[in-house]
Design a protein around this ligand. Structure first.
Ligand code: NPW
Ligand code: ADP
Ligand code: K
Length: 481
């Protein structure tokens, strides 16, 4: 698992560390790590290659200047462009000058002619988009960009970009990952993120955000053992679909069928198409005939009328784990009394996209993590907020983020697949926060495998679920002793 810490927590940890290490040693460590990645990016042949440093007013610029000094000593032609000449980091500037680096306040030529640009404009103290002088230079960049700590112009704690910002080829970050590296536009703008150890580890407490690695998901994915039968692995119930939207039920039930062994039961008006596509599913027309399940998936294509409300009532009263998606979320938003039917402590995951979220808990806004946490605490459920970066928040404050590598999953019906995956992991007994996180990871990977460079319908994503599970389990096998 990868930990991510907010800027407040990074600063607190840095202050504790700074109190017990010699002055300047952290920055030199950070800068040396930065220079090492820069040399790799310049390879082959670093002597005489042109590196331009964009240097802002703070320590982020200081990192860039110190890295420039290291690079200069390896024969690189280094030019520092000072955006705030009076406030450039004094020791870093002196070190660069001593190593023979050039310093200027007029950066147009240096940026245009660079083989590599190092973005030391702003780091953890960033507020808002790039200021005009910095934005004008960034516009001119054609070379690869190595960002110091984060691509300047991106909000560090949300990954939001509201104006001009750097798009980095790679980012070197120090001590730990920060939220922007895994969230939305920030993740995209960071490029490949390299973590440099500056000894911050012991000072960092519990992470604010966790990212599951493929091996984590593979290890957690439930598989049958010698003593298992179809019931012991958890039976998933799917209440979804309608005469108008039978496909949503077929996708959700299909996902539950493929995600784990064991058994899937279906209830609703799409029993015939379900039987035709998934003969393994035990399909009935009414919830009373369904038999026992360990978890329900409810909502996709179900409708928000009295029929849907009645089924949701029965599901919530059943006292088993629930994944509520789509129309079930709208019903919960429209009829607040439905929440009271749930037995306290029963695992529950809701999976809104932004519009469903707004119905339930107000606009998402820029801070998706804070929004998901707010809703999770208000309703005492795990909230999976969909998007390019999926955020999973638990009422106890745990947050998982699944940053997508591609956007092929943004296609009609793919959410139905996701809810089926979550339901089957809940039925298998996984902690609901992990169930949602593992499902999001497998879902995203299935989309990537299915697409392979071209658009796909949700059915193709669904077909790749077994391959995604194989890849994730292989990752787990390759790291276990
Ligand atoms: N602490 C440590 O031990 C270590 C810290 N390290 C490094 O320090 C970095 C944090 O440094 P920091 O706190 O000095 O501020 P930093 O991010 O460089 O900002 C500088 C100034 O930029 C300005 N500015 C703000 N927004 C802006 C915008 N949108 N566009 C343009 N300019 C903007 C604003 O100045 P203003 O003009 O508002 O006064 C702000 O004060 C951290 O990211 C890491 O790289 C590493 O060396 C490891 C050890
Ligand atoms: N830009 C994107 N990049 C990656 N994944 C995305 C993107 N947009 C949506 N997704 C994912 O696609 C799925 C869409 O779900 P949803 O909006 O409920 O669609 P539907 O209701 O048609 O099934 C979710 O898993 C979501 O996280
Ligand atoms: K930066």
């Amino acid at each position: 698992m990868k930990g991510v810490w907010t800027t407040d927590h990074v600063r607190e940890a840095e202050n504790r560390l700074l109190a017990r290490v010699p002055d300047g040693s952290l920055m030199r460590k950070a800068a040396f790590g930065l220079a090492t990645v820069a040399l790799r990016m310049l390879d082959p042949g670093v002597v005489g290659r042109r590196v331009t440093l964009l240097v802002g007013a703070g320590n982020n610029g200081g990192d860039a200047l110190w890295a420039g000094a290291f690079l200069r000593r390896r024969g690189v032609a280094v030019t520092a462009v000072l955006l705030a000449p009076d406030r450039a980091h004094p020791e870093g500037l002196a070190a660069l000058r001593k190593a023979g680096g050039r310093v200027t306040t007029e950066g147009h030529d240096a940026v245009r002619r660079a083989d590599l640009v190092i973005d030391g404009i702003v780091g953890l103290s960033a507020r808002g988009p790039l200021r005009p002088a910095a934005a004008e230079l960034v516009e001119l960049i054609t070379a690869p960009v190595l960002a110091v700590d984060l691509p300047s112009g991106v909000e560090p704690d949300t990954g939001v970009v509201n104006g001009p910002a750097v798009t980095a080829t790679a980012t070197v970050t120090f001590g730990c990952h920060k939220p922007l590296h895994v969230l939305g536009e920030g993740a995209k703008r960071s490029g490949e993120v390299h973590l440099v150890d500056i000894g911050l580890g012991p000072e960092l407490g519990e992470p604010d955000i966790t990212v599951l690695e493929p091996a984590d998901v593979g290890r957690l994915w439930p598989v049958p053992g010698p003593s298992d039968d179809k019931y012991t692995q958890g039976v998933t119930g799917v209440a979804a679909g309608s005469a108008t939207y039978p496909g949503a039920a077929v996708l959700a039930a299909g996902a539950a069928t493929l995600a784990t062994s064991g058994m899937v039961r279906y209830t609703g008006p799409a029993a015939d198409p379900i039987r035709a596509r998934w003969p393994e599913v035990v399909a009935t027309g009414s919830i009373g005939d369904t038999g026992r399940v360990q978890a329900w998936v409810i909502g996709p294509g179900m409708g928000t009328g009295p029929g849907g409300r009645d089924v949701l009532t029965q599901v919530l009263e059943a006292g088993v784990a629930v994944c509520a998606d789509a129309d079930a979320i709208t019903l919960l938003a429209n009829h607040k009394d439905l929440w009271d039917l749930r037995e306290p402590g029963t695992p529950m995951v809701i999976t809104p996209h932004d519009r469903e979220f707004a119905r339930l808990a107000g606009e998402v806004g820029d801070d998706r993590v804070a929004a998901a946490l707010r809703a999770a605490r208000r309703h005492d459920v795990v909230v999976l907020l969909k998007g390019h970066s999926t955020v999973v928040a638990a009422p106890d404050g745990r947050v998982l983020v699944n940053p997508a590598r591609s956007s092929w999953a943004a296609t009609a019906g793919s959410g139905d697949v996701l809810s089926g995956l979550i339901g089957s992991l809940l039925a298998a007994g996984l902690d609901p926060w992990l169930a949602a996180g593992c499902a999001a990871a497998a879902h995203e990977l299935a989309g990537e495998l299915a697409a392979d460079g071209a658009p796909i319908p949700a059915g193709s994503l669904l077909s790749e679920v077994p391959n995604a599970i194989r890849v994730l389990r292989a990752a787990a096998a390759s790291v276990s002793p």
